[in-house]
Design a protein around this ligand. Structure first.
Ligand SMILES: *Cc1c(COP(=O)(O)O)cnc(C)c1O
Length: 377
């Protein structure tokens, strides 16, 4: 048997970038469908409310135009965001979710040999985006009380630092940085380093001492704030987020953005959501009330839980994490487990939260017996 084709065994593999080798994988929250029926998916910080009727209407209308490319400039929604925050339109830029905007930021500002600083544990996209850009990730551990250690982050700055992510409220611990802390930090950071204030959960933050990113954008020349429509606005499935930044930085983000990355459906839904602030606010208040209730009850069970300013709560479960995750899964509550660190539970419907609380009670009994026997060893 002979032919002229090359033998498969000698075919070489294409060469992938070495940066991909050590990249941590982004783990999406487990989906409810995989685990079966009657489960509550509290693993991705999604908004449990269905889209607003007004939003569904514009999306259905816009669906008739999907044979056409969207407005690449995101013109109408740019104007609306600029109005909402009273900033120049030139300072507003969009991406397919704020994760995509974060990716634009790192690609525009950091490359091989540069350093990107963030707290750890924080949003798991940061190390991935940093690694993809070929830059070096600098993880600064959270404090004992699950907060950003801003003095340590400022001390980690070198002449190779290009970007610092400050995630407030922090995913997955829910803690926020205070106005005073952030001013002290900003004064210590060189002004040629971009400070990204990631406020994905800012709408759920009711702490009067918490820093408001927009004030820092106005006060310092090197601040960018990152907002998303995925969480409070409930548009996670449509992929739209934005940055407010110095205009020349916004121009750089647009330059590295994937052309036509934000669909017309997403742009129109975001615009309609901005016009429905009252309805959105009512939903946010209800979610915040559920969060506070869950927090209080978890504490009453005995869990040592830090106050969360986001739409989730954080249990520091350490080495018991995987065992406890199984207890939740078996009970039909899908949570997000970070092995050897903790478990994040998103705020869902009242029914889902109740189930999560019941399960957390059983989990606490296991947790104390696991930690006790570990202590005896
Ligand atoms: C969810 C989240 C985002 C944004 O998600 P998108 O859906 O891409 O807008 C950004 N930052 C943090 C910290 C998040 O948790």
């Amino acid at each position: 048997m002979s032919n002229d084709l090359p033998q498969c065994s000698t075919v070489e593999r294409v060469q992938l970038r070495s940066a991909l080798r050590d990249l941590p994988a982004y783990k999406p929250g487990k989906s409810a469908a995989v685990a079966g029926s009657l489960v509550h998916k509290l693993s991705s910080n999604e908004n449990p409310y269905p889209p607003l009727p007004s939003v569904q209407e514009v999306v259905a209308e816009a669906a008739a135009g999907i044979n056409l490319y969207p407005d690449m400039t995101c013109g109408a929604v740019t104007e609306a965001v600029a109005d909402r925050w009273d900033v120049p339109a030139a300072s507003v830029s969009f991406g397919a979710g704020s994760v995509e905007v974060a990716s634009q930021i790192v690609r525009a500002v950091a490359g091989e040999g540069d350093e990107v600083i963030f707290a750890w544990r924080s949003f798991e996209a940061y190390p991935i985006l940093t690694g993809l850009a070929g830059a070096t990730a600098v993880h600064v551990p959270l404090t004992e009380d699950e907060r950003h250690d801003l003095p340590a982050m400022a001390a980690a700055v070198t002449d190779r630092t290009r970007v610092i992510f400050v995630c407030t409220p922090n995913n997955p611990t829910g803690t926020s940085v205070t106005t005073g802390e952030l001013h002290t930090f900003m004064e210590a950071v060189p002004q040629d380093v971009l400070v990204v204030i990631d406020e994905a959960y800012v709408h759920f933050n009711v702490d009067p001492a918490a820093a408001q990113g927009i004030d820092f954008f106005r006060a310092y020349p090197n601040v960018l704030i990152l907002h998303t429509f995925s969480k409070a606005y409930g548009l996670a499935g449509l992929r739209i987020g934005y940055a407010i930044a110095p205009d020349y930085v916004s121009a750089a983000l647009r330059a590295v953005a994937i052309p036509f990355g934000v669909s017309a459906l997403a742009q129109k839904a975001a615009l309609a959501s901005l016009e429905a602030e009252d309805e959105i606010e009512a939903r946010i208040s209800a979610l915040v009330a559920e969060r506070e209730k869950l927090h209080r009850r978890l504490a009453r069970i005995g869990w040592s839980v830090v106050a969360s300013e986001a739409n989730f709560v954080w249990l520091r479960t350490g080495e018991a994490t995987q065992e406890l995750e199984e207890i939740f899964t078996k009970a039909g509550v899908i949570v997000r487990a970070y092995p050897s660190d903790g478990i994040r539970i998103s705020i869902g419907t009242a029914e889902a939260n109740k189930k999560a609380l019941q399960t957390a009670k059983d989990a606490f009994t296991h947790f104390t017996s696991i930690t006790r026997s570990a202590g005896e060893r």
